[in-house]
Design a protein around this ligand. Structure first.
Ligand code: SF4
Ligand code: SF4
Length: 340
C-alpha cells in the first residue's frame, strides 16, 4: 500500500531527501531511492510497501537469533521486500532484492491491527520485523510497535543498523530489542558487502540504541570465508562490543552458508568459528555463541560465574531455561537480559 513517508525533507525542483536511513538519498521527482521502496511523487515521498508482507510466521525468538530476551518465547515474524544494502551473500535474496531485480514476489497487505490480531491468535509474546531490513517499512513498523507496546507485546528489530539517528529516536520508545548485524569492522568489508562508505554510522546508532533507549542489544556477525573472517578485525570488533555495548552483550558468530552471488564460496569452517569465539571470550566478552551449527555446545548459555548451563538449547525449538530471574540459580551471578 502506498503511504506518505515520514522523515523526509523537501528540496528545490520537487526533489526530496529521505532521512530514514544513512544513505540519505536525494530523490528527484518521479524517481525512487536506492532501496526502491520509496518514491518521489510530485515532490512528496511515499513508501511503496506500507503493510506489504512478503512472509510471516510464528517463530521462536532463538531463531533471530536472540538468546537473552525471554528464551523459549515466540514472536510473530513479519517481513516485506527490498533492502538498503543488497549484500551479495544474502540468504533472503528473493525478498531483499525483489525490487532491484526482475523477480516476482507476492505480498499481501496486513494492517497493523491485523498483525496484532495474528500475534494474539498465534499465542506470541512479541513481534519481530525481520527477513528484509525493517527500516524500509519504517512507518508500518512504527505503527505496529506502538500498538504492540500498548497491548503488552515485546518488539524486536532484526536490522543491519543503518537507520538514521532520527529514525532510531522516533521508534526508540517502542522498541525493546535491537538485533543488530555487524558485518565486519573495516571500511573495506562494508564496501564489499553492503556498498556503503560511512559504516561507523552503524556503530553510533547501536551505541545510541543501548545508551539512550536502553534497548536490549544482541550482535550477529556472519563469517564469510575470505571476506570478513580476518582475526585482527574481528578482535577489534569484539573489543568495540565490550567497550561500547558492554561485556555482557551477546555476540553470535554465525556460519555462512553459500547463497546468491556468494554461492561459489565455502561454508565457514567450524574450527574458525570456535577460534573466534575463544578469542572473544579471552578478550572479555561473556556470551559468545556459534550460530547455524546445530547442537553445538556454544549454543547454550553458560553462567560466567560458575560455568554451569543456565539456558540449554539442543536445536530449534528445544529450549530449557533454568533462569527465573537475572541471577544464576547455582551461584547467584547476574546474567544480563530479560528472563521473566
Ligand atoms: S530508506 Fe535509505 S536507501 Fe531507501 S530511499 Fe531512504 S535513504 Fe535511500
Ligand atoms: S542487510 Fe540483510 S536483508 Fe539486506 S541484503 Fe544484507 S543480508 Fe540481506
Amino acid at each position: 500500500m502506498l503511504k506518505e513517508a515520514m522523515l523526509y525533507e523537501k528540496l528545490s525542483d520537487q526533489a526530496v531527501c529521505c532521512h530514514i536511513c544513512q544513505r540519505f538519498c536525494e530523490i528527484l521527482k518521479d524517481e525512487r531511492g536506492y532501496c526502491r521502496t520509496r518514491q518521489n511523487r510530485g515532490g512528496r515521498l511515499f513508501s511503496r510497501i506500507y503493510g506489504e508482507v512478503s512472509s510471516w510466521r510464528r517463530a521462536p525468538i532463538e531463531i533471530k537469533p536472540v538468546y537473552h530476551y525471554l528464551p523459549g518465547s515466540y514472536a510473530l515474524s513479519l517481513g516485506s521486500v527490498g533492502c538498503n544494502f543488497l549484500c551479495p551473500g544474502c540468504q533472503n535474496w528473493e525478498i531483499s532484492f525483489a525490487l532491484s531485480q526482475p523477480l516476482s514476489i507476492q505480498t499481501e497487505y496486513i494492517s497493523p491491527e491485523k498483525a496484532l490480531e495474528l500475534a494474539q491468535d498465534y499465542h506470541c509474546q512479541g513481534i519481530s520485523w525481520t527477513y528484509n531490513e525493517p527500516t524500509l517499512w519504517f512507518e508500518y513498523t512504527l505503527e505496529c510497535a506502538r500498538l504492540a507496546k500498548a497491548r503488552g507485546f515485546y518488539t524486536n528489530y532484526v536490522t543491519n543498523g543503518y537507520l538514521s539517528p532520527e529514525a532510531l529516536d522516533t521508534i526508540g520508545p517502542y522498541l525493546d530489542i535491537f538485533r543488530l548485524d555487524i558485518k565486519g569492522f573495516t571500511a573495506n568489508v562494508y564496501k564489499k558487502i553492503a556498498h556503503i562508505r560511512n559504516w561507523e554510522g552503524i556503530l553510533a546508532v547501536a551505541s545510541r540504541a543501548k545508551k539512550r533507549w536502553q534497548m536490549h542489544v544482541e550482535v550477529v556477525t556472519n563469517l564469510i570465508p575470505g571476506i570478513n573472517d580476518d582475526l585482527g578485525q574481528l578482535q577489534d570488533l569484539a573489543t568495540w562490543i565490550k567497550s561500547e555495548l558492554g561485556s555482557d552483550t551477546p555476540w553470535h558468530i554465525t556460519r555462512f552458508s553459500p547463497h546468491w552471488k556468494f554461492s561459489h564460496l565455502c561454508p565457514t569452517p567450524i574450527e574458525k568459528l570456535e577460534e573466534i569465539r575463544d578469542m572473544a571470550m579471552s578478550d572479555g566478552l561473556k556470551f559468545v555463541y556459534i550460530g547455524n551449527v546445530s547442537a553445538h555446545p556454544a549454543n547454550h548459555t553458560y553462567c560466567p560465574g560458575c560455568g554451569k548451563i543456565v539456558v540449554q538449547r539442543d536445536g530449534w525449538g528445544k529450549v530449557i531455561c533454568k533462569l527465573t530471574s537475572n541471577r544464576c540459580p547455582f551461584c547467584g551471578t547476574v546474567i544480563a537480559g530479560r528472563f521473566q
